[in-house]
Design a binder for this molecule. Structure first.
Ligand SMILES: N[C@@H](CCC(=O)N[C@@H](CS)C(=O)NCC(=O)O)C(=O)O
Length: 329
């Protein structure tokens, strides 16, 4: 675990002292957009036109942020359009590295050994964390984006001519509602579990866990009368929540001490999680070995022995009752 400073790797854990024991997530650095015609997107510069075979995605199967991009690549049927590398589940002293354990895919584009090498290739003076996901442009030899929330929107819209998957996960009419839900879910749930797990004071931990479970209670209630977070249509808001929910009982309850309840204890969230997991293609993107090994083996300040618990036993293929609520045709 570490970061790059002026292009040089430094092995360091997160600094929480400057924020009273709180974990504060840094903004992603590369914010360009792939667009259908190469025009600039909402941020960054233009010149990244959607083309088949031009872009490469680097992910970890453990990471909830990277997982979003993998789900969009799958659901938008972009597997032949955007190539893929999967890092080793263990994030050690050199950060993310490419390995040969089950489920990994080496770096066929840059032949890098460490993900940090990709960042330095894009910017030799890069300062910051080396995170997944990364969307790489093979033509210009640089990083387009390392921000998952933006990569999923590119996959949703920019590659339309290369796929017959027509489902729109960010429909115009629902955008205000989706944006509102995303902001709430990001702060209290997606990042909330990290704020709880990486807290280094009791007060910071309790603050995060309290907000997290208040949010889950609220979402459980919302899902008692809405099939999906934004209503009758499955949208990006659901996929953004899903990647945290699917890791929750397996990792966040124990490792991050988010243990007031399990997702299995929530009447509606538990069924909702199973419905999303059972969407064709999605289960293939979920790798519990990578998920559990990554957290329990990598965060030695939290789990010094690196022992990975055997449980819990989960059955995400069990039937769900979400069909009782209306879904848009
Ligand atoms: N805002 C980023 C966050 C990505 C992120 O934090 N990824 C984690 C893995 S779950 C990572 O690579 N962390 C490495 C580090 O912080 O050193 C996104 O959504 O794309």
């Amino acid at each position: 675990m570490g970061l790059l400073v002026d292009g040089v790797w430094q092995d360091r854990w997160y600094d929480t002292n400057s924020a009273g024991g709180r974990f504060v997530r840094k903004e992603s650095a590369f914010r360009n957009w792939v667009t259908a015609d190469g025009s600039p997107g909402p941020s960054g510069e233009g010149g990244f036109k959607a083309e088949a075979g031009r872009y490469h995605l680097y992910v970890s199967l453990a990471c909830p942020w990277a997982h979003r991009t993998l789900i969009f690549r799958k659901l938008k049927k972009l597997e032949e359009v955007v190539s893929l590398s999967v890092v080793d589940p263990l994030m050690g002293g050199e950060g993310w590295v490419f390995g040969d354990s089950e489920g990994t895919i080496p770096d066929t584009v840059n032949s890098a050994r460490r993900l940090a090498d990709i960042y330095v290739k894009a910017d030799p003076r890069y300062t910051g964390r080396v995170t997944v996901p990364v969307l790489w442009d093979k033509q210009r030899g640089t990083i387009v984006s390392n921000e998952s929330s933006e990569i999923i929107r590119m996959f949703n819209a920019a590659f339309a001519v290369f796929t017959d998957a027509r489902e729109d996960f960010y429909p115009e009419a629902l955008r205000p509602e989706i944006d509102r839900i995303n902001a709430f879910v990001y702060d209290s749930v997606n990042n909330g579990v990290y704020k709880a797990g990486f807290a280094t004071t009791q007060a910071a931990y309790e603050e995060a866990v309290t907000a997290l479970f208040a949010a889950l209670d609220h979402l459980d209630d919302l899902l008692s009368h809405r099939r999906y977070l934004a209503g009758e249509r499955l949208t990006e808001a659901d996929w953004r929540l899903f990647t945290t929910l699917v890791r929750f009982d397996a990792v966040y309850v124990g490792h991050f001490k988010c243990n007031l309840k399990r997702i299995a204890d929530y009447r509606h969230l538990s069924h909702y999680l199973r419905e999303l997991y059972q969407v064709p293609g999605v289960a293939e993107t979920v790798n519990f070995t990578h998920i559990k090994r990554h957290y329990y083996e990598s965060h030695r300040t939290i789990n010094p022995t690196g022992i990975v618990p055997l449980g819990p036993e989960l059955d995400l293929d069990a039937p769900h009752d979400r069909g009782l609520l209306p879904k848009a045709a």
